[in-house]
Design a protein around this ligand. Structure first.
Ligand SMILES: O=C(O)CCC(=O)N[C@@H](CCC(=O)O)C(=O)O
Ligand SMILES: [Zn+2]
Length: 321
């Protein structure tokens, strides 16, 4: 039987590139790219991705478990599914990326980065979505892109949703809550992430799921994400997921901190956790003459990172909604 994760990490093309079992048929499209579909026609389409950043391994392990169960015929399937392990080269080396951050390159932005393994892969993944999501205007299409955060978070499981012209479907948001997400963060501007790409170009309902803190393969405590794995399993097989009553808190991005020069200084300690609150007037970062200051009564920091490449996001500030 195909071992999707092992084959991808080994960088080898599997002996058989397609197969079937009682519930589904599958096809290996390319390294780390697999499609699965039930034998009966279905209208629902799901892109399930992980490993866009190669050091974020817990979601890769969860995705591999689900794919193994599907390929073994242990689970029914009610969606057409495109499974993606985003950056196999970075997964092999347990690094966020080899050359440049691929999750800033989608929507054709890869053309503005120096050519690298990530620009080529972003182009390849866009092409895979072009083929797989061609009919999304008429059908239900979801994209769940699973990551882990670099820092600890006051909400260890949360979702980040791309800016979208139409309001989000409440059933989608409610599923995210049932999948154990404790907070939902709504972007207010377009970006180069994989979920922005699927949302903007195919009108998919897309969410970046952040599951805990990045650890190497084998060092993850997957019990923290069991609620998410169970919700994904139920979703794929068309069952209703059991749901806790607590609604995720909702935040929107109030401002982005960008590193624009070598003079950039972030005024936060290495221990500052995601969703730490800062009062109005706090100086957050400086970059030459640019000063990033809290403008609202209270703003919460997300993804603070002074070590990003010049021109990229060094943090987001949020307000509660
Ligand atoms: O912890 C961090 O600093 C980054 C974790 C991560 O990779 N997050 C994603 C969020 C994508 C989004 O905004 O939807 C990223 O930075 O690419
Ligand atoms: Zn990530």
């Amino acid at each position: 039987m195909l071992d999707f994760l092992a084959q991808t990490l080994a960088g080898k093309v599997p002996t058989h590139s397609a197969g079937k079992n009682a519930h589904l048929h599958w096809q290996w499209w390319d390294e780390g790219i697999l499609t699965l579909a039930p034998h009966q026609a279905v209208e629902k389409t799901l892109v399930l991705s992980a490993g866009i950043h190669g050091n974020e391994t817990a979601p890769v392990e969860i995705l591999a478990q689900l794919v193994d169960s599907l390929l073994a015929g242990e689970m029914a399937l009610q969606w057409r599914v495109l499974v993606i392990l985003g950056n196999p080269a970075a997964l092999r080396s347990n690094q966020r990326y080899q050359h440049s951050d691929m999750n800033r390159m989608f929507g054709g932005r890869w053309q503005q980065f120096p050519e690298s393994i990530e620009t080529q892969r972003a182009c390849r993944l866009e092409h895979a979505l072009d083929l797989f999501l061609a009919e999304c205007e008429e059908t239900t299409c979801w994209h769940l892109d699973m990551h882990t955060a670099i820092r600890s978070s006051y909400h260890p499981r949360f979702g980040v949703l791309p800016a979208r012209a139409q309001p989000y479907d409440e059933a989608f948001l409610s599923w995210l809550g049932c999948a154990g997400l404790q907070a939902l963060v709504f972007h207010q501007a377009p970006g180069g992430t994989f979920t922005h790409f699927s949302s903007e170009h195919f009108n998919a309902l897309s969410c970046t799921l952040e599951l805990g803190k990045a650890q190497p393969f084998g060092e993850n405590d997957l019990s923290q994400f069991e609620v998410t794995r169970q919700a994904l399993q139920a979703l794929l097989s068309g069952e209703t997921s059991p749901c806790a009553d607590s609604e995720p808190l909702r935040y929107k991005v109030s401002q982005q901190i960008t590193r624009n020069s070598d003079d950039f200084v972030l005024h936060m300690s290495a221990q500052t956790q995601n969703f730490t609150a800062f009062p109005k007037g706090t100086l957050l970062a400086e970059d030459g003459d640019t000063r990033y200051v809290v403008k609202e009564d209270s703003e919460f920091v997300l993804f603070p990172n002074p070590n990003v490449a010049i021109g990229l996001r060094a943090g987001l500030m949020l307000t509660e909604i």
